[in-house]
Ligand binder design. Structure first.
Ligand code: ZN
Length: 148
């Protein structure tokens, strides 16, 4: 288990130091802002959605390693998925971090690295902030999302 934990930490560190899909998205047609006052994480999520499919996604902002890595991995995971698939994925991702009896995280692919966050409940908000912001963007929210 400790090897796995080390691997997970490496993935999170890598994504927090070199976030993927970081920046603005010129062709974005949905966007939302998110803020986690508890930790100070702030970000913007930009989406290019066509026919209910996430064609492209990018994010900007600053925050702790967990929030940045989560945003980076989220952008990698959701490209090409439908809005419904993305919502279902967030539900399972959330379960893995909050429920002891959550389904096997293996099939969450890279998002499984956040399973360890379950031991640090205060960090769950850091990891879910990008996802809450994503859902707000899909729903066309006009006001920033707050985790508090
Ligand atoms: Zn944070």
């Amino acid at each position: 288990m400790s090897d796995l934990r080390e691997l997970y930490q490496e993935v999170i560190l890598d994504h927090s130091k070199r976030p993927r899909n970081f920046g603005r998205l010129d062709e974005s047609n949905r966007q939302a802002a998110g803020h986690n006052p508890l930790c100070g994480d702030k970000l913007m999520v930009y989406l290019a959605v066509r026919d209910g499919v996430i064609h492209d996604v990018a994010f900007q902002g600053d925050g702790c390693a967990i929030s940045k890595a989560s945003a980076s991995l989220m952008t990698e995971t959701i490209k090409g998925k439908t809005e419904d698939e993305v919502r279902a994925l967030f539900g399972r991702f959330h379960d893995v971090m909050t429920k002891d009896d959550a389904a096997d995280p293996e099939d969450l692919d890279k998002l499984a690295v956040f399973g360890g966050v379950r031991e640090f409940p205060v960090r769950v908000k850091c990891a879910t902030l990008p996802w809450h912001t994503l859902i707000a963007a899909l729903e066309g929210a006009k006001t920033p999302v707050k985790t508090e």
